[in-house]
Design a protein around this ligand. Structure first.
Ligand code: IMP
Length: 433
C-alpha cells in the first residue's frame, strides 16, 4: 500500500511525567491528527498557556487546536465517567471535544469493578505494592489479554448490559477471594453502586462521539499525506516488557506500541521524538538508581513542582540516568531528543549525570535483569551549573554556555541530537535548535 506520509511519534524516555502534554501541544500546529496509542486515565498530561493550566487524562493533547483531529486508538483504555468529566472540563474552556475527537471502537473499557479489583490487588500485595494510580489499568488490560474484556463498540450492542453484568460478577468474585472490603470502597467519594450509575450515564456521551475503526482512519490519513503524531503516555521505563517489571504499567509504552495501538505498520513510523527531563523522577514504587534522598532531591521536588498530575503524590527525584536513557533510545529508535525542565536546576552549583552503574564491583552500561534486586551504585560525572534564570531566553543558541555543554554531553552519551529544550511550563518556552 502506498502511503504518502508516516506517523511521527512522541514519547517519554523515563518513568513518565517528562512533559509530553506540553510538547505535543507545541508540536500540534505541524500535524493534522494527534493520536493516543496506549495507556488510559493513569496519564496526566499538563498543558499551560495564556496563564491557564489544564490536565488531560485520556483525550489527546491536540484538543485545544480546533482545526486538528484527535484520535483515541485501539490500544488505549477508556473509563467513560472520567472521559465525561474531561469533556465537561473542556466545555468550561469553550472546547467542544465531541467535534474533533474520534474514538476507536476497539479501545477497551475500564469498568468500575476494574477499579475495585485494582484496589484489591494492590492491597493484597502488602509491602510489594506497585503504587498503581488505581484507575483500573492492570485489571482492564488483563481482561483484554484474557479475551474477556469489553470494548467501546460493544456499548452499541443490544446485549451490552448482559455482558457487563457477567464481567462485573467475575470481578466481584475475585475481589471476594482477595478478602477486600467492598462495602467501604469509594471512587471519588462514591460507593461502587453510585459510581456505577454515573458510569452508565456517561455511556450516552461516549456513544455520541465519532466511533470508528481507527486503524482504517489512520492509514487513510497516511495515504492522503496527512501528518499524524502519535502521543505516548507514561514512559519507556514503565513499559510492560522492558520497564522495571513488575513495577511497570500494563501497556507497551515504546514505539512498538504505536503499531499495535493504532494499527500502523512498522515501516509507517517516521521520526521518533523522545522526551527526557534534564533530571529524573519516578512516582510509585520500583527501582530508581539515581534517586536522591538528600536536600538536592527535595529541592528538585520543590522547584520542579514534582507532584503527580493524576494522583497528587509527590514524585521521587534524582539526577539524570544515562544508562536508562540509552536503553530507552535503543528500544524506541529515537531520532530526536527533547529535554524539559533544565530551569529547575538554575540555582545549582553543579549538576550530576549518572554515566554508568557499578554492580557487585563491576562497571556496566546495561540495565540488569535483576534491576529490582541488585544494589546499583551510580558512577557520577559532574558539570558546572549555569546559575542564571532562563526566563526571557528566546533561542536555543542563547542558552547559557554551561547548559549548552550539559545538553551536548547528553547528546554524546546517547548518540542522539537534541531537537528542542523546554525552559518553562508555558507553551511559548520551547526553544528549537
Ligand atoms: P498503573 O498504570 O496505574 O497501574 O500504575 C503502575 C505504575 O506506573 C505505578 O508506579 C504508577 O505510579 C506508574 N504510572 C502510571 N501512569 C503514570 C504516568 O502517567 N506518569 C508516571 N507514572 C505513572
Amino acid at each position: 500500500m502506498q502511503l504518502k506520509s508516516k506517523v511521527d511519534v512522541l514519547l517519554g524516555l523515563q518513568w513518565g511525567d517528562e512533559g509530553k502534554g506540553k510538547v505535543v501541544d507545541v508540536l500540534t500546529p505541524r500535524y493534522d491528527v494527534i493520536a493516543r496509542f496506549q495507556g488510559g486515565p493513569n496519564a496526566g498530561h499538563t498543558l499551560e498557556f495564556n496563564g491557564m493550566k489544564h490536565v488531560l487524562h485520556i483525550i489527546p493533547s491536540g484538543i485545544f487546536h480546533p482545526d486538528k483531529l484527535n484520535v483515541i486508538g485501539n490500544g488505549v483504555l477508556i473509563e467513560p465517567a472520567i472521559l465525561s468529566q474531561e469533556v465537561e472540563a473542556l466545555r468550561g474552556r469553550q472546547v467542544d471535544a465531541t467535534r474533533n475527537l474520534y474514538i476507536s471502537k476497539k479501545a477497551h473499557l475500564i469498568l468500575p469493578s476494574h477499579r475495585l479489583l485494582d484496589a484489591a490487588n494492590e492491597q493484597a500485595k502488602g509491602n510489594a505494592k506497585i503504587g498503581s494510580t488505581l484507575k483500573g489499568i492492570g485489571p482492564a488490560y488483563t481482561d483484554k489479554i484474557a479475551r474477556t474484556g469489553l470494548r467501546v463498540g460493544d456499548t452499541l450492542e443490544f446485549d451490552f448490559g448482559e455482558k457487563y453484568e457477567l464481567l462485573k460478577l467475575q470481578h466481584l468474585q475475585m475481589v471476594q477471594t482477595l478478602g477486600f472490603d467492598t462495602a467501604s470502597f469509594r471512587i471519588d467519594g462514591m460507593t461502587l453502586e453510585d459510581y456505577e450509575r454515573r458510569w452508565m450515564e456517561s455511556l450516552q456521551l461516549l456513544r455520541s462521539f465519532h466511533l470508528i475503526n481507527s486503524e482504517y482512519f489512520i492509514n487513510d490519513c497516511l495515504r492522503q499525506g496527512k501528518r499524524v503524531l502519535a502521543e505516548g503516555a507514561q514512559g519507556s521505563m514503565l513499559d510492560i516488557d522492558f520497564g522495571s517489571y513488575p513495577f511497570v504499567t500494563s501497556s507497551s509504552t515504546v514505539t512498538a506500541g504505536v503499531c499495535s495501538g493504532l494499527g500502523v505498520a512498522p515501516s509507517a513510523i517516521g521520526r521518533v521524538m523522545g522526551i527526557t527531563k534534564a533530571y529524573c523522577t519516578r512516582v510509585g514504587a520500583g527501582p530508581f538508581p539515581t534517586e536522591l534522598f538528600d536536600d538536592t532531591g527535595r529541592r528538585l521536588c520543590e522547584l520542579g513542582h514534582e507532584y503527580g498530575a493524576t494522583t497528587g503524590r509527590s514524585r521521587r527525584c534524582g539526577w539524570i540516568d544515562l544508562p536508562a536513557l540509552r536503553y530507552a533510545c535503543m528500544l524506541n529508535g529515537v531520532t530526536d531528543l527533547i529535554v524539559t525542565k533544565p530551569d529547575v536546576m538554575n540555582d545549582f552549583e553543579e549538576v550530576l549525570m549518572c554515566d554508568s552503574y557499578e554492580i557487585g564491583g563491576r562497571c556496566t552500561d546495561e540495565l540488569p535483569f535483576e534491576f529490582n534486586a541488585v544494589e546499583i551504585t551510580p558512577r557520577w560525572v559532574s558539570y558546572p551549573g549555569w546559575k542564571q534564570s532562563l526566563a526571557g531566553i528566546d533561542s536555543y543558541s542563547r542558552l547559557p554556555q554551561p547548559l549548552l555543554r550539559y545538553l551536548e554531553a547528553i547528546e554524546q552519551a546517547v548518540q542522539t541530537p537534541v531537537m528542542a529544550v523546554s525552559t518553562s511550563p508555558d507553551r511559548k518556552d520551547v526553544l528549537f535548535k
